[in-house]
Ligand binder design. Structure first.
Ligand code: HAM
Length: 430
């Protein structure tokens, strides 16, 4: 019978089958994080509203699920975890061993218009390094991102790591006399380049406060996809001083080469990122159809903005939604995501021994094995069918003190007494 209620649009129910996929993705993220030397943290699912509006930019502020609590406090459910991370690290900065290399898999909510790949509730893997000014920290995060993509079975043909530079954009916008306070607006506009059809973007640009020269230079910057540092120097060093920026970019490319992931990465000035706190190199992992699987960059001012010391920081977030769609499209979801198999299904082969069944189930569970039995007695044949459906590796047929172990895969049966069986139940699972 259908329920009178439906799940809210843009949210997901995780029935056991979907839960297995979610766990597969999150377990893989965790494994890669630990392998790369990151430690796990978490933060509250709601915070003071201000934390999310102070420097994240208009787009995310518009997508907040916010509310006033009974004490009149303005709060919001987290749309991202980076501001919470900055708050947490700023609070304990002197007590934390450096560098801070942390990861988290928060559940996030954004009041977006739900569409394929964008939901209103999702999971996002976050990997961040705080306290390292060297661009090596950015390379380290990009490596972790690529390592996870690779672990899922994806290749550079499936996902491209596009690397852009906010300082280069800032320098060019300054040279065009775009007022500092309007810079974030321009970058937010540029970020819409891939979120809108081309003519809609052109219209936005034409209708913005930018003059013809500014618009034309911005268009030129946007034509710099898949560029080399040499080309950047040729095209822009006459206009602005980008020596240091380009030097850092080539250092980054050197590290990525040394890490063996250069084939995943391209320099692409079209990437600026939508969040306002980024200050340095920025990047997005893009799949066919311009779908962003992950995005991040350097945000050296955020700790200060939330009241902490000046501290360099860099990192990225990877969502589970686009990733799940991509893995499905590429046939990369493991076939054995089938149900967690049960070790033993205990069957009462004769009537009147159910307390012994429960005792055996309890002993097996205590010994670290998964074990279960029926909830309503049926004949042995039906119980065996149930064991099979539950994916049990072995059925244990109990009558008195004697047991019959049936290995479900081979159908082989062995009689054994209960004490001997309980000495080493694991033997039957090999
Ligand atoms: P973001 O670009 O807003 O960055 O999100 C990163 C990734 O999260 C996106 O590429 C996408 O895969 C996923 N994502 C974002 N919004 C949604 C949505 N509504 N539905 C499904 N998936 C979504 C950040 O959140 C930054 N805080 C990342 C970061 C960490 N930067 C530095 N450290």
């Amino acid at each position: 019978m259908a329920s009178n209620f439906q799940a809210v649009k843009g949210t997901r129910d995780f029935y056991p089958q979907e839960m297995r996929l979610r766990n597969y993705i999150i377990d893989t993220w965790r494994r890669v994080s630990l392998r790369c030397g990151f430690e796990e943290y978490d933060a509250p699912i709601f915070e003071y509203l201000d934390l999310f509006t102070v420097k994240s930019g208009e787009e995310i502020a518009e997508q907040l699920f916010s509310f006033t609590d009974r004490g009149g406090r303005d709060l919001a459910i987290r749309p991202e975890i980076t501001p919470s991370l900055a708050r947490m690290v700023a609070e304990k900065i002197n007590a934390l061993p450096r560098p801070v290399k942390w990861f988290s898999v928060p559940r996030l909510c954004r009041a977006e218009r739900p569409q394929r790949g964008r939901l209103r509730e999702f999971f996002q893997w976050n990997v961040d390094v705080i306290g390292v000014d060297d661009i090596l920290a950015d390379a380290e995060c990009i490596f972790a991102c690529v390592e996870a993509l690779r672990e899922f079975g994806l290749t550079p043909a499936d996902v491209e790591m596009r690397i852009g530079s906010r300082p280069l954009w800032t320098a060019v916008l300054d040279s065009l006399a775009v007022p500092t306070e309007r810079r974030d607006d321009v970058l937010a506009l540029v970020d819409k380049r891939f979120k809108l059809p081309e003519d809609a973007f052109d219209k936005l640009l034409a209708e913005s406060f930018l003059n013809d020269e500014q618009t034309s230079v911005i268009r030129d910057l946007l034509s710099h996809e898949n560029v080399t540092v040499e080309q950047l120097l040729t095209d822009y060093s006459g206009r602005v001083d980008i020596g240091q920026t380009v030097e850092r970019l080539s250092q980054l490319l050197g590290y990525l080469e040394a890490y063996g992931i250069a084939e995943w990465c391209v320099l692409d000035l079209r990437v600026v990122r939508g969040l306002a706190y980024y200050t340095g190199v920025v990047y997005e992992a893009i799949a066919a159809g311009e779908r962003a699987v992950a995005g991040g960059g350097r945000y050296d001012n955020l700790l200060q903005v939330v009241g902490g010391p000046a501290e360099s920081a860099t990192g990225f977030g990877m969502g589970d939604v686009v990733l799940g769609i991509l893995l499905d499209e590429k046939g990369l979801l493991p076939a054995d995501l089938a149900s967690e198999s049960l070790n033993f299904f205990v069957i009462d082969a004769v009537e009147g021994v159910f307390p012994k069944v429960l005792d055996l189930v309890a002993r097996l569970r205590k010994g670290g094995f998964s074990a279960d039995c029926h909830t309503r007695r049926q004949n042995v044949g039906k119980q065996l069918k149930q064991a099979d459906k539950r994916g049990a590796r072995c059925s244990v047929l109990l009558s008195g003190n004697d047991l019959r172990i049936k290995t479900m895969a081979s159908g082989e049966e062995t009689d054994i007494d209960a004490t001997t069986f309980l000495d080493d139940p694991g033997k039957w699972l090999q």
